[in-house]
Design a protein around this ligand. Structure first.
Ligand code: ATP
Ligand code: MG
Ligand code: MG
Ligand code: MG
Length: 562
């Protein structure tokens, strides 16, 4: 590709509102441009990388037995009503009407469409199991689109859905996808971990997230330094901050004068309303790690505690029950806190805050034992704290470390949640009608690209791993006005393309400094510069990653490059 007319507008300065490296570099190197908040155009270089990543994904999905389909982005709202998600999903779901006033949504995910498709087309066990996938644009009206394509409102996802006839079948399908994801992210040269997670608005039980380790990641991962244990600690920063805030402390002092807040007010305050997220806290009680999940999909409406060992999920109805699950004598409920050590949001805690202060679960009533110091010996809480760096790992091997992660992939065992709601059934060997058992598996394709850049850059620009680089090499004619240089560059370009290298050829009438800067910024793995020694047939080869440079005679170039 000749760069003179290639649409790759590079920028010298860091764009004002780009906070993180990948966003800055994708803009500066001319890979993307913002069209509207959280909505991006991919320029030729960006599109090339997309295709590379998509090719890896397709290859691994096909090898794992996936069948590629392409589903509509526009989906009838009734489908979402049928599955029961129309309300649950909240304002993240983009909605629209057609000219007849019929309601539609822009696909944030495709469980509804795929489940009804399979329901209508697959009737017998003989056609199962099946795994269908697509690579397609998704729409989510994120509360805070940011970090460029890392969290955008329109993005590309690979989503796959498996349909099985048994739990064992689902386990197998899930395992196959898990392995495919390991392969995909390894081939993208990412440093990542698969971590235990919570299933969020999509539902289901067993689930893992694939996290790219990065300081700018929005998730915290607790992992063992000596075993495979790794879990997402979706710490509720808002809730924690609230509890630690002066306001919360003041309110707790007012424990005897309940005032009433509505759920809506509370959700608003905690900013969890309609955010479609799970807030959770992982902490240790009597040596047991316990995960407390506060579901805030639409409203704060569901709180669960689960033991991270056996993954039992218990929905809590009462303080007593909470106490039992947490294996404590007292029914501590509510945003109990001793200084900054304890942060529990459990069961009626939300209600407690709703009703004014920790303590009240009904107007003018209080929970027992909510007030540290007054109702508890403070020492009771010493065991209760957020899991910390250096704690023993839940599986007994090694100690806990923390890392920040970018969620690039997510695999779920859905079970029968959607097949039941949407009637996806089949006839088994005995002619009996059974419900299909599903799994779903997503990869943020565009987010993966940003994650690759986060892990592969230096002060001069992007450093593409070979597997996803937009071109194999950058051929640079240092001075196009020099006859020898021009001639050798043109010849080389032709040869290299013939040899099936993907070549970006800088034939622009620019200064050498500009070309080298742009080349580093764009970050192709190999740079071949044709300069002063062109008359001797010698070019300079530089490896982007190591900076290693060597002079090579053109007669040996192709061999050297392969
Ligand atoms: P997050 O927790 O970051 O909001 P999610 O859990 O809502 O992501 P999933 O529903 O699991 O996302 O979707 C599958 C994948 O799609 C995610 O693992 C992620 O890689 C990608 N993804 C989700 N939301 C976005 C977004 N707004 N922009 C880019 N990629 C996204
Ligand atoms: Mg999300
Ligand atoms: Mg998530
Ligand atoms: Mg997810």
């Amino acid at each position: 590709m000749r760069q003179r007319t290639y649409l790759t507008p590079t920028l010298r300065d860091i764009p004002a509102d780009a906070e993180i490296k990948s966003h800055q570099l994708m803009l500066r190197a001319g890979f993307i441009r913002q069209t509207a908040s959280g909505i991006y155009s991919y320029l030729p270089l960006g599109k090339k990388v997309l295709r590379k990543v998509e090719a890896i994904i397709r290859d691994e999905m096909d090898s794992a037995g996936g069948q590629e389909v392409f589903l509509p982005a526009i989906q009838p709202a009734e489908l979402w009503e049928e599955s029961g998600r129309l309300g649950d999903y909240g304002p993240e779901l983009m909605r629209l009407k057609d000219r007849h006033g019929r309601d539609f949504v822009l696909g944030a995910t495709h469980e509804e469409v795929i489940t009804t498709l399979v329901r209508d087309e697959v009737q017998t066990y003989k056609k199962l199991p099946i795994n269908l996938y697509q690579i397609q644009t998704k729409y989510r009206d994120e509360r805070r689109p940011r970090f460029g394509v890392l969290r955008s409102r329109e993005f590309i996802m690979k989503d796959a859905y498996s349909f099985d006839t048994s739990q064992e079948g689902l386990d197998k399908s899930y395992q196959a996808m898990y392995q495919a994801y390991q392969n995909i992210f390894s081939r993208c040269q990412l440093d990542f971990r698969a971590v235990e997670a919570d299933s969020g608005a999509i539902g289901g039980t067993d689930t893992h997230e694939f996290m790219v380790l990065s300081d700018i990641g929005e998730d915290t991962i607790a992992y063992s330094d000596q075993s495979g244990f790794a879990a997402n600690v979706e710490i509720a920063p808002v809730v924690c901050d609230y509890i630690k805030s002066d306001e919360a402390i003041k309110e707790r002092e007012l424990v005897d004068t309940p005032n009433t807040r509505t759920i809506a007010e509370l959700s608003e305050f905690l900013q969890v309303k309609a955010e479609s997220t799970i807030k959770s806290l992982l902490f240790i009680v009597n040596e047991d790690p316990v995960l407390v999940l506060v579901r805030g999909d639409h409203e704060v409406n569901e709180i669960k505690v689960r033991n991270a060992f056996n993954k039992a999920t218990v929905e809590l109805a009462s303080p007593e029950e909470t106490a039992k699950v947490l294996n404590c004598e007292t029914g501590f409920i509510g945003p109990v806190g001793v200084s900054d050590k304890v942060t529990i949001i459990a069961d009626k805690a939300v209600e407690a805050i709703v009703n004014g202060i920790c303590g009240a679960n009904e107007k003018d009533k209080h929970f027992r034992n909510v007030n540290p110091g007054r109702d508890f010996e403070v020492s009771r809480f010493e065991d209760l704290r957020l899991i910390q760096e250096g704690d023993p790992s839940p599986d007994g091997q090694g100690t806990i470390k923390f890392a920040m992660g970018i969620e690039v992939g997510h695999v779920f065992k859905l079970g029968t949640k959607y097949s039941e709601a949407l009637g996806a059934k089949y006839l088994d060997e005995n002619g009996k009608s059974q419900t299909m058992i599903m799994g779903c598996y997503g990869i943020g394709v565009t987010r993966t690209i940003a994650a690759i850049i986060e892990q592969n850059h230096d002060e001069n620009g992007i450093v593409w791993p070979v597997s996803v680089a937009p071109f194999d090499l950058h051929l640079i004619a240092i001075n196009v006005k020099d006859e020898d240089q021009k001639k050798l560059s043109e010849d080389l370009y032709e040869t290299l393309v013939k040899e099936r290298f993907e070549v970006l050829y800088d034939d622009r009438p620019e200064r050498a400094g500009v070309k080298f800067k742009d080349s580093d910024l764009i970050g192709l793995p190999v740079r071949v510069a044709v300069g002063k020694k062109a008359s001797e047939g010698i070019v300079e080869v530089k490896l982007r990653k190591t900076g290693e440079m060597l002079e090579v005679h053109v007669s040996e170039l192709v061999e050297k490059l392969t």
